[in-house]
Design a binder for this molecule. Structure first.
Ligand code: MN
Length: 298
């Protein structure tokens, strides 16, 4: 049997995630990367944990703003509480999706539930919004259940977009896909040739095009593939991201995605002065502040 995934013979670009700390929890940041800012509209990926949380110690990300992007929160283990300036208050558990659209401006907090004790692990992804919607109103969606595809003991959950005939109900403003892969064997999946793709392994080890990917690695697969063979070397968990190459370069600084320094500076000043652009969040945690943009020209 041959497939396009095997016959392309193209290499996979493998990079290292870097360690960072978010809300007191260690993360592996797979994106953005200097060499590769976006995969489709996907522009940020933080693999959080696994970490052991208690009623005293847990996720504590105070109110902070976003602009021009969507945040995708997906947990592998544990629970967390989302609060935002739209008034949403949403508990999230494994298998559920929180999708917040920032548009022209929103703020949110991500908190420990305090009642949960145990392991916490998940991934937070950002999607750059296109010109069409990035100046639009903010929004929040919670999806308690998402469509799944099961092949040879592998369960693929479609977080957003379409994958092998399965469609997620989550909003998407550009042509893209995000899939959680729980892998236990060798599978072949169909891809969309006009999409570029990347793989982020959360647990275990997988083999794609003779390249082994493990946690902490970021594998960029490029475009022009209509199929892919993924072999799990042990029970593994991975996230596949794909999408049509983004319409324009983006400028990403702190929690904002824009196109020009001026609009990023304006967003920074709005948050600093709390002028109402980003609303307010009903959270006991302190508001997160930051210094001015690195170009610091104002
Ligand atoms: Mn955030």
């Amino acid at each position: 049997m041959s497939s396009a995934g095997e016959s392309t013979g193209r290499g996979i670009e493998v990079g290292d995630s870097r360690e960072a700390t978010v809300g007191g929890i260690r993360v592996r940041r797979a994106m953005p990367r200097r060499a590769r800012r976006t995969v489709g509209a996907w522009c940020f990926a933080d693999h959080m944990g696994p970490v052991s949380v208690t009623s005293e110690y847990g996720l504590n990300v105070g109110p902070h703003p976003h602009m021009g992007l969507q945040t995708v929160t997906w947990l592998i283990e544990g629970e967390a509480l989302h609060r935002d300036s739209l008034g949403s208050q949403q508990l999230i558990a494994p298998g559920q999706l929180n999708l917040m659209t920032a548009g022209e401006g929103v703020s949110h907090a991500e908190e420990s539930t305090r009642s949960y004790e145990g392991a916490l692990e998940g991934i937070q992804l950002w999607i750059a919004q296109p010109e069409d919607t990035r100046h639009g109103p903010p929004a929040f969606e919670h999806h308690p259940d998402l469509p799944k595809l099961e092949i040879s003991q592998c369960v693929m959950t479609v977080l957003i977009g379409d994958f092998n005939g399965i469609s997620s109900p989550a909003r998407h403003d550009t042509d893209l896909v995000g899939v959680d892969l729980a892998l236990r064997s060798r599978i072949e999946v169909s891809l969309t040739p006009k999409f570029e793709y990347a793989l982020i392994v959360l647990e275990g080890a997988i083999r794609v095009d003779e390249t082994t990917l493990v946690p902490g690695k970021f594998g960029y697969l490029g475009a022009n593939r209509d199929a892919l063979v993924i072999e799990s070397l042990e029970p593994s968990r991975a996230i596949m991201l794909g999408g049509e190459p983004f319409e324009s370069p983006i400028l990403m600084w702190w929690n904002f995605v824009g196109r020009t320094r001026e609009e990023i500076e304006e967003a920074y000043r709005s948050w600093q002065s709390d002028d109402g652009k980003f609303g307010s969040v009903a959270s006991d945690l302190a508001r997160i502040e930051t210094g001015p943009p690195y170009w610091n020209g104002f």
